[in-house]
Write a protein that binds this ligand. Structure first.
Ligand SMILES: [Zn+2]
Length: 251
């Protein structure tokens, strides 16, 4: 039986072998936060892990890889007002990430691709990266899967050119990855503004999603279909595989 690509499903000896073989570790980092009336709070965690697993399985025959356990909590202060949400503060998030990376490095792995699945983590990950590299000595790349695949996603979706929140995109993916968790009877209410917080170009703001979306949705989940979800999953998988294969990423 071929071995799983999932860290949590392997034995310690099998993971020592992976490190010995020079495996790249994918580290999914996500969130646990409200996703509108129709989706569970685990969406980012469920989708990010699924995309990483699909990419790892696609490339496992040519390059040794393993998918580390998903960090299911991130920075989600902007969703707290709805309930159901966990958040770190920034120093805690950095400390936890460092502990994960340190654990990976101490077992002999040299290369880590952090795959993020939550918009609220993006700027923090970019800010942490230099210190994470310097402290751990690991070769670390970081990406957000739906940004990486954004050019392809724009061709698949009708209403959006990128993933928003609990939207056409995320709902389509959930219809494929975890269809039983989509509350289809709630879909008629699953729509909100087309964009998140309005602001002048070049100006940063921090607001609760509650201030501009009563439903907790940004975008329109009524446009979601499993067909779009299948295409999106393939596009996200292929985009991550391309990074794993990239000489520029790992030189
Ligand atoms: Zn999400």
């Amino acid at each position: 039986m071929p071995h799983s690509v999932m860290w949590k499903e392997l034995t310690a000896a099998e993971l020592r072998d992976k490190a010995q073989a020079g495996a790249i570790v994918l580290l999914p980092v996500a969130s646990m936060e409200q996703h509108g009336p129709h989706l569970p709070v685990g969406v980012d965690t469920i989708l990010c892990e699924a995309v990483c697993k699909a990419a790892a399985e696609a490339i496992a025959g040519e390059t040794p890889v393993v998918v580390a356990p998903t960090l299911w909590c991130g920075l989600a202060e902007h969703h707290m007002a709805y309930g159901g949400t966990f958040t770190f503060d920034v120093p805690t998030y950095q400390t936890v990430l460092l502990a994960f990376l340190d654990s990976i490095g101490r077992h002999g792995f040299k290369r880590v691709l952090i795959v993020n699945g939550h918009g609220g983590n993006i700027s923090a990950l970019a800010a942490f990266l230099p210190d994470l590299v310097q402290v751990t000595g690991l070769k670390i790349c970081a990406t957000t899967y739906f940004e990486l695949a954004q050019p392809e996603i724009a061709k698949i979706l009708e209403d959006q050119d990128r993933v928003r929140h609990a939207c056409e995109g995320e709902t389509s993916l959930m219809m494929v990855v975890a269809p039983d968790l989509v509350r289809r009877d709630k879909l008629p209410d699953a729509h909100g503004p087309a964009h998140s917080t309005p602001r002048p170009l070049g100006v940063a703001r921090s607001r609760s999603f509650r201030d501009f979306s009563a439903s907790g949705v940004v975008g329109d989940a009524r446009k979601a279909t499993p067909e779009k979800g299948e295409k999106m999953l393939a596009a996200c998988r292929d985009a991550i595989v391309a990074v794993l294969r990239s000489d520029e990423a790992w030189s």
